[in-house]
Design a protein around this ligand. Structure first.
Ligand code: PLP
Length: 396
């Protein structure tokens, strides 16, 4: 036995292809190649100035030491107020755990909910981190596959068939990365009904809540009633709605025993999220609604642009995303000849069109490509034109 071996757990981890492709595209850019990137999962806007100023003032005032692990009382208070104002949810500060990004909140949640062999229902195509974090906690992902035809929304029967005696939780992500689906009231009610009937937890990742378009409405599943809220962990944060991806502030709002367990867990793993970033987060949650609305409107205009341009490309089937900043066209008609998978296709587009996209199989959505439209309108026009040309060249 090699005493210098790594743990079995370390071997379970798959590298993030999203970060891998982004790194490849960045390396090409560094070589001076003009790459248009639709890969990144982050807003291209600057963090609002009021947020920056609050954090700078906090540093100047010496607010640079440890804080309580689960967040400062002030930040928890502003999160409680935000949840009531924006989501119609009633929580107390002891139910809030602030972490180093929503990704960390999901991680803590899996660690405190799952025992080995516990199953978690994931609705595919899904953010791949969910599956990895379930597996890291010893759990087993149980995947429900949705399609473009159904707007990437699961049916009640599909969900019911995924429930087993080992079902411990379901992860709901609406608006969704990578599909842009926004689940309606009826779908949320069906999920809640199953969770109540079969006794499992609901983990609701609402990180894209502010980014919904047209007549789509984001609804927090915990607002369906006290008995639903008692089994729901609502996760959210600053990254996407306030252009604060680098600040690393996310939070979970959970029943008291879950919040306590997560807080104890975090005590031993990371301690508090960065002190002055927490001050910035308070400013973010108190931003005038106009400022966030301006970003949402720009994303909506970009969504409309990217969808209309992609729909002009023969062989792509392009859904209209209702939220977040991703579109997931079905490109399977272009997976032919030497391009055997969506990974080959994404690679072809990067090499030949100098456009970075993410292959759908990363999200258990093979045959698709994910394009993030967190890019300028000029880049959207240039990038989609290049995709159209590169695909036409293959078919010529
Ligand atoms: C669905 C979803 N949840 C959570 C996150 C992570 O957010 P944070 O930056 O707060 O960790 C992302 C980021 O890509 C995401 O797509």
């Amino acid at each position: 036995m090699n005493t210098l071996s790594l743990s079995a757990r370390a071997g379970l981890l798959k590298p993030s292809p999203t970060l891998g492709i982004t790194a490849k595209a960045n390396a090409m850019k560094a070589e001076g190649i003009d790459v248009v990137s639709f890969a990144a999962g982050e807003p291209d806007f600057n963090t609002p100035e009021a947020v920056n100023e609050a954090a700078i003032a906090a540093i100047r005032a010496g607010f640079t030491k440890y804080t309580p692990s689960a967040g400062t009382p002030d930040l928890k208070k502003s999160i409680v107020a935000k949840l009531e104002r924006d989501n119609g949810l009633k929580y107390t500060p002891e139910q809030i755990v602030v972490s180093c990004g929503a990704k960390h909140s999901v991680y803590n949640t899996m660690q405190v909910l799952l025992d080995p062999g516990d199953e978690v229902i994931l609705i595919a195509p899904y953010w791949m981190t969910y599956a990895e974090q379930v597996i890291l906690a010893g759990g087993v992902p149980r995947v429900v596959h949705t399609t473009l035809e159904s707007g990437f929304v699961p049916t009640y029967d599909q969900l019911r068939e995924a429930v087993t005696p080992r079902t411990k939780a379901i992860i709901v992500n609406s608006p969704s990365n990578p599909t842009g689906a926004v689940f309606g009231h009826q779908t949320l009610k069906e999920i809640a009904t199953l969770a109540l009937r079969h006794g499992f937890w609901i983990v609701s990742d609402e990180i894209y809540e502010r980014l919904v378009y047209g007549d789509a409405k984001q609804e927090s599943i915990a607002s369906l009633g006290a008995e639903v809220s008692e089994r729901t962990i609502t996760i959210n944060g600053c990254s996407k709605s306030y252009a604060m991806t680098g600040w690393r502030i996310g939070f979970a709002a959970a029943p008291v025993p879950v919040a306590k367990a997560m807080s104890n867990f975090q005590d031993q793993v990371t301690s508090n999220p960065t002190s002055f970033a927490q001050k910035g987060a308070i400013a973010a949650f108190n931003l005038p609604p106009d400022e966030v609305e301006a970003m949402r409107q720009e994303f909506e205009a970009r969504r409309n642009l990217v969808v209309s341009l992609l729909r002009q490309i023969p062989g792509l089937r392009v859904p209209e995303p209702k939220g977040a900043f991703y579109v997931l066209p079905d490109a399977s008609a272009h997976i032919t000849g030497d391009l055997k998978t969506d990974i080959d296709l994404a690679d072809y587009l990067l090499q030949e069109a100098k456009v970075a996209t993410i292959p759908g199989s990363v999200f258990e959505g093979p045959g698709h490509l994910r394009l993030s439209y967190a890019a300028s309108r000029a880049d959207i026009e240039k990038g989609v034109a290049r995709i159209a040309e590169a695909l036409a060249r293959r078919n010529a």
